[in-house]
Design a protein around this ligand. Structure first.
Ligand code: HEC
Ligand code: HEC
Length: 433
């Protein structure tokens, strides 16, 4: 009898503990209720409809579509949708699975995992400050946050819903949603309004209060000497500023353009991929098709070419923001770089030689000390609200970089060897899409 009771007790413990653990562990994301609690602790509310600190009013206005003004009702609706895994085919994936509050609003994986553990080809950028980009995705294939939000829900390797109608059905089945849509947009739920509401929520995720901003505002003690030397290098010898400008018009450090800096050149035969892409896009040029080719096939590596079909866009990707980098590793469109030292080593050697390399990328001859200084400056671009998380992550990066610098190449960086001498095969590579 006592034994049976004990067993029953164990069964209860076993059934509740794993359920809890499973919820927390779905694709590695923090449980949604805990994410929302963290969001609130960060000071993000549904009532903030004014331009956030660090964003010039004119830029704030320009990034909000005329038909989707910020209202508390829309933000609240968008927030509910962002954290709702019911919008996925198997009920396990929400936006917040891959853009997780506890992981820098990304998933901190090289490439993302969607329903049934399916892997995509690209690294999830953060949703923090995404409202300040003038196009969305690594190849800019979505014009704004509204258009962007509608794609992952129906992408087969992300949230996997068959189509927009199926998503609307899920939403309509929840009376709370129906009421919220009515309050937010004055009409019944639609797929377009789902995209709109989520975009409105994302516009509240602006994090631009970093030591760098405090320094620029006049607090001379906000940046260490090392960080200040890093800033001078960033704006000078290291040439980062040419693509990652940091100013009132561009507070996040992206020129919003597309460049081939050689990340995908490491492992791709661009010529035959470009031919495949043109054939696939001739058969179906819808945005859903483009989304699938970008996330599910080797053509992902063609980058901006998939959108413009211009030869000189082969291997080009959108310049990402350089804000909050300490909490958003790994880096680059394919998540191929684990530390900020890897990023610096890549630039220092002049990227990776290929026929479409951007003219702004060449060997930098930075010393080890100078590399450390630029890294220290980049760390100072992380919002103070993430300081603790960032410190922990950077300690891990520092440990890793102490033994592993896979992209470091002194001979190339110091121009003792020229790129095509070390990669003569690339010079002969035929590219005629
Ligand atoms: C399975 C993981 C996954 C899910 C779920 C997901 N995303 Fe993403 N997200 C990604 C990846 C990967 C990319 C980059 C894809 C690309 O550029 O081709 C991305 C890109 C983005 C971007 C572009 C940011 C930039 O810097 O260009 C935004 C914004 C975004 N997602 C928001 C959302 C929203 C909103 C949802 C829910 C409707 C969502 N994501 C669902 C993985 C995911
Ligand atoms: C010619 C333009 C250009 C220059 C110059 C440049 N970048 Fe970049 N940067 C890019 C592009 C484009 C990417 C994305 C490339 C990809 O993923 O294929 C990128 C990616 C990055 C990333 C990864 C961010 C993330 O979230 O994944 C960091 C960090 C970065 N750059 C920092 C720097 C620093 C520091 C310098 C100066 C040493 C620099 N960049 C110089 C265009 C540039």
């Amino acid at each position: 009898m006592a034994f049976a009771l004990l067993l029953a007790g164990l069964a209860i413990a076993a059934s509740s503990t794993p359920a809890r653990a499973q919820e927390a562990a779905t694709h590695g994301a923090l449980a949604m209720d805990q994410q929302i609690a963290r969001l609130e602790a960060l000071g993000i509310t549904t009532t903030a409809t004014d331009p956030p600190a660090g964003v010039v009013g004119a830029i704030w206005q320009a990034s909000i579509p005329a038909d989707n003004a910020m209202t508390p009702e829309r933000i609240a609706l968008g927030r509910k949708l962002y954290f709702d895994a019911r919008l996925s085919a198997d009920g396990t994936v929400a936006c917040a699975t891959c853009h997780d509050v506890s992981r820098g609003f990304t998933d901190q994986r090289p490439v993302s995992e969607g329903i049934a553990g399916k892997l995509g080809r690209r690294n999830a950028p953060t949703t923090l400050n995404a409202m300040l980009l003038t196009s969305q995705f690594w190849d800019g294939r979505a014009a704004d946050l509204e258009a962007q939000a509608k794609l992952p829900i129906v992408n087969p390797v992300e949230m996997g819903m068959p189509d927009g109608d199926a998503v609307v059905k899920v939403v309509v089945a929840d009376p709370e949603y129906v009421a919220m849509f009515q309050q937010a947009y004055g009409r019944a739920p639609s797929y377009d309004d789902i995209g709109r509401a989520i975009a409105t929520f994302e516009r509240t995720l602006v994090f631009l209060d970093a030591p760098f901003d405090r320094f620029m505002a006049g607090d001379v003690n906000a940046l260490s000497g090392e960080a200040q030397r890093g800033m001078a290098l960033y704006n000078g010898k290291a040439r980062c500023v040419t693509c990652h400008p940091l100013n009132a018009a561009n507070p996040i450090g992206s020129d919003n353009r597309f460049h081939n800096i050689g990340v995908s050149a490491r492992h791709q035969d661009f010529g035959s991929l470009a031919k495949q892409a043109l054939t696939a896009l001739a058969a179906d040029s819808s945005e859903e098709q483009l989304d699938r080719l970008a996330l599910e096939t080797d053509m992902s590596e063609l980058g901006r070419f998939m959108v413009t079909k211009r030869r000189d866009d082969i291997g080009s990707f959108k310049t990402p923001q350089v804000r909050n980098l300490t909490i958003s590793a790994p880096y680059m469109h394919d998540g191929s770089m684990q530390t900020l030292w890897d990023v610096m080593d890549h630039y220092n050697r002049g990227g990776e030689a290929n026929l479409f390399l951007d003219g702004g990328i060449e060997p930098l001859a930075l010393t080890d000390t100078e590399i450390d200084e630029v890294v220290t400056f980049m760390v100072a671009l992380t919002d103070v609200r993430f300081a603790k998380e960032g410190e922990t992550a950077m300690a891990a990066q520092r440990t890793l970089a102490a033994t592993k610098r896979p992209f470091k190449d002194e001979a190339l960086a110091m121009r003792r060897v020229l790129p095509f001498e070390s990669k003569s095969a690339a010079a002969g590579q035929e590219v005629r899409p």
